[in-house]
Write a protein that binds this ligand. Structure first.
Ligand code: ADP
Ligand code: MG
Length: 370
C-alpha cells in the first residue's frame, strides 16, 4: 500500500487532529509499516535506525486501543532511562490529548507517594524505568493485571544482562493475553532469540538494512594520545563551533571533570550522569532542550532514545567499548532526516574498539588530522 498521509492509515479523528496540530502529516517508513500491524493486534519486533520515528510507531496504535472509559492501566512502556521515560510519556500525551488518554512517567528519584497520587487519577498508560516499576509493583500500588499492551523500548539494552531479571519480573505481572512490542535501532540475534520467549509469534520489521548508522551523520575520528586529548579536544571544538553538542565520556568522574574544565575555559556546558539528583537531571535536560547552554557532557545515560532538536555535533571524548553504544550515541544527532556530525577521539589503546565499531556498523569511519 502506498501511504501518503496519516489519514490513509486507519486512525481515529481525535488522533489525526492531534497529529495535525503537531505538524505531523506523513508517517515515516517504520510508522507506515508498524502501525497497521500493531492495530491488527500482532506482536512485533521492530528494528529501525536512530531518529526514524519509532516512538509514534508504537504510541499511535496504543492510543487508538486505549479504552478511556476504563480507569485501569492498559499499556506499559519500559525504558532504560528516566529522561527517556519522560520523553516517551510526553509524546503519548501530545498525540493522545484529544482522545483523553491519561499517561504518566514513573522513575527513581521522585517520591513514590507522588506516583501513588497520580495513579489514583486513573492512568491508562504507564511509562517507566525498571527499578521504579518493580518498586511500585512490590508495594502493590501499580497493578498490571489489566495491561494488554507492553512495549520494551531500547529492547536490546533492556533485555541485556543488567536489566533482564527486572524485566522478567515485571513481565510476570502482565497477563499473558497481551500484545508485546520490542523496539530498538540495534537488536542483535541473541536478543531476538531471548525476546521470542516473552512474545507470541512476533512479526519482525527491520528497516535498518545493511549499515546501522544514519547516512545523514558525517562521521570521523582523530587519533590522539590519551594525555593530549584535552587540548586536542578544545581545539577541535573551537574549529567546529557546534550550535548544540553532546560530549560522551565513559565515566561519571571524567564527565564531571571535563565539564568543570570546559566551564573554566568559558564554554557554556553542563554535565549529565547518574550521580546527580533527579532535580538536577531534569533541570539540565530542560535547559539543554531550550538551548540555554551549548555542550552537554554526559555518560551513556544520554545515549539511548533521547530526541533533542538540532543537536549539531556528537563527540566521543572516549570511544565506547560496545559498538552498539556508538550507534546510539551518535544517533542523538541527524534525527528525522536532518544532518549532523559525529567526531571521536581515539587513543592508541582504543583503536581496537574503533575496528569493532566499523565492522559492526559495516561502515568505515574517516580519519582526519588535527
Ligand atoms: P527513534 O525512537 O526512532 O530514535 P523518535 O521516535 O524519537 O525516533 O523520533 C525522532 C524525531 O522524529 C522526533 O523529533 C519526532 O517528533 C519526529 N517524527 C516522528 N514521526 C514523524 C513524522 N511522521 N513526521 C515528521 N517527524 C516525525
Ligand atoms: Mg526511540
Amino acid at each position: 500500500m502506498d501511504v501518503n498521509g496519516f489519514s490513509d492509515l486507519d486512525l481515529s479523528h481525535h488522533v489525526l487532529k492531534d497529529l495535525e496540530y503537531h505538524g505531523l502529516e506523513k508517517p515515516l517508513p517504520i510508522q507506515d509499516q508498524a502501525i497497521p500491524l500493531l492495530l491488527s493486534g500482532k506482536d512485533l519486533i521492530a528494528e529501525a535506525k536512530t531518529g526514524s520515528g519509532k516512538t509514534l510507531a508504537f504510541a499511535i496504535p496504543i492510543i487508538e486501543k486505549i479504552d478511556c472509559e476504563r480507569r485501569d492501566v492498559q499499556a506499559l512502556i519500559v525504558t532504560p532511562t528516566r529522561e527517556l521515560a519522560n520523553q516517551v510519556a510526553g509524546e503519548i500525551k501530545k498525540v493522545g490529548y484529544k482522545k483523553g488518554v491519561r499517561t504518566a512517567a514513573f522513575y527513581g528519584g521522585k517520591s513514590v507517594g507522588g506516583n501513588v497520587q497520580i495513579l489514583k487519577k486513573g492512568i491508562h498508560v504507564v511509562v517507566g524505568t525498571p527499578g521504579r516499576l518493580m518498586d511500585l509493583i512490590d508495594r502493590r500500588v501499580l497493578r498490571l493485571d489489566r495491561v494488554n499492551m507492553l512495549v520494551i523500548d531500547e529492547a536490546d539494552r533492556m533485555l541485556d544482562m543488567g536489566f533482564i531479571d527486572d524485566i522478567r519480573k515485571i513481565i510476570s505481572h502482565v497477563p499473558r493475553e497481551r500484545q508485546t512490542m520490542l523496539f530498538s535501532a540495534t537488536i542483535p540475534e541473541r536478543i531476538r532469540a531471548l525476546a521470542g520467549s516473552v512474545m507470541n509469534n512476533p512479526e519482525v520489521i527491520s528497516v535498518s538494512s545493511e549499515d546501522l548508522t544514519v547516512k545523514e551523520i558525517d562521521q570521523c575520528y582523530y587519533e590522539i594520545p590519551q594525555k593530549q586529548k584535552l587540548d586536542a579536544f578544545i581545539r577541535i571544538v573551537k574549529n567546529e563551533q557546534p550550535s548544540s553538542a553532546i560530549i560522551f565520556c565513559n565515566t561519571k568522574r571524567w564527565t564531571d571533570t571535563l565539564n568543570n574544565l570546559m566551564n573554566k575555559r568559558g564554554f557554556r556546558c553542563n554535565a549529565l550522569h547518574g550521580d546527580l539528583s533527579q532535580n538536577q537531571r531534569d533541570r539540565v535536560m530542560e535547559d539543554f532542550r531550550k538551548k540555554k547552554f551549548t555542550f552537554l557532557v554526559a555518560t551513556d545515560v544520554a545515549a539511548r532514545g533521547l530526541d533533542i532538536d538540532d543537536v549539531s555535533h556528537i563527540f566521543n571524548y572516549d570511544i565506547p567499548k560496545d559498538p552498539d553504544s556508538y550507534v546510539h550515541r551518535i544517533g542523538r544527532t541527524a534525527r528525522a532526516g536532518k544532518r549532523g556530525k559525529a567526531i571521536s577521539l581515539i587513543s592508541s589503546s582504543e583503536i581496537r574498539s574503533l575496528w569493532d565499531i566499523e565492522s559492526r556498523c559495516r561502515t568505515s569511519i574517516q580519519q582526519v588530522q588535527l
